[in-house]
Ligand binder design. Sequence first.
Ligand code: URA
Length: 455
Amino acid sequence: MTHATFDAPQPDRAFDAPESDRAFDAPTVIRTKRDGGALSDAAIDWVIDAYTHGRIADAQMSALLMAIFLRGMSGAEITRWTAAMIASGERFDFGDLRRDGTPLALVDKHSTGGVGDKITIPLVPVVMACGGSVPQAAGRGLGHTGGTLDKLESIAGFTAELSEDRIRQQLRDIGAAVFAAGELAPADRKIYALRDVTATTESLPLIASSVMSKKIAEGTRALVLDTKVGAGAFLKTEAESRELARTMVELGAAHGVATRAVLTDMNTPLGRAVGNAVEVAESLEVLAGGGPDDVVELTLTLAREMLDAAGLDAVDPAQTLRDGTAMDQFRRLVAAQGGDLAKPLPLGAHTETVSATRGGTMGDIDAMAVGLAVWRLGAGRSEPGQRVQFGAGLRIHRRPGEPVAAGAPLFTLYTDTPQRLGAALAELDGGWTVGDHPPPARPLIIDRITSRSRA
Ligand code: URA
């Protein structure tokens, strides 16, 4: 893929359906991309608008997404596709909001999708406790990866369906709102749901445009992108992930959002819990000053990047986990969105435990195998709009490098549907080892990419 210039284009929002539908038709657009051609700006504007408004069938959009998946897009096409997705809905602006007479330091983070990636849950309250304000349009599960909204909705009463007024009020009063994108980039909402069930998630242009259309429209001033690398990431090689990070950073800059990316390892799941409510439970441990080291390290790394991007450096984010101020902020956020942390988190009633057949040292745990196992348990979707099981998930009892005794439990699986256990166990099979030596150490934080660091 070549990078063209990233000047933000301004597609015409007032599409005239009959005129534009006379100029284009879906089969021709699909064929152009299928045969390796480039889509014109006008064709991209038309296709996004027509699909958003139901004038292109899901079957046709699925074919186009598969053609994009197979053929890719140029930098110019990605830029236009992203701009058209932003133009499909509203764009929030919170620049007028003040707290104690001071403009809000608006900053957000987004992950390109991982396994056990619950980082938003402890991160947002840490940043709130350090004085930042986080307007976060979050997503649902995609493919083998979990979604922040599915996790947070496992808290009794929690709602992510917030009006713009309510988001503004929360930002002013408590400094954060985590919400479903709603009328922000509605084209992404439809395309995201279609990608989830048509095996078209793992595409650089589709990931970059999906992430950045929501993030540019949500009204943040600064953005940190946690770009995953490895077996459990959508893009497997470091080179592809770097390219994705650079593409998103340039898209953000072109639209006036100060964007930087951190490349992080996603070969092994993050932490010891993967699923919906089990990840909330682990996040609460982190907010209480404990939790797995890798989850704490990534939370604090991203918090420091966010605070730096927002020009806030007075408070040490680690202190907010030690002194309970981040936990206080999480309680305020959950309460503001109707959640009740006093109610127990759900846990699937049917369980299966995988135990070690020999003693030794836990080897690598394949994030993709775990992600697929948890998806099979019911934590994700196989049809658009399907309800996820909040109690579905998996606990990892031994992390890579930890000692294992013969017969010791390694994983516990949870689901509400016992018939799902067999398929989940099959996904997990071969995704872990116990050996005589620890696996090679891999850094969690691989690199940072900023607009200026681009060659
Ligand atoms: N997150 C998104 O919002 N979109 C993707 O395509 C992947 C991760």
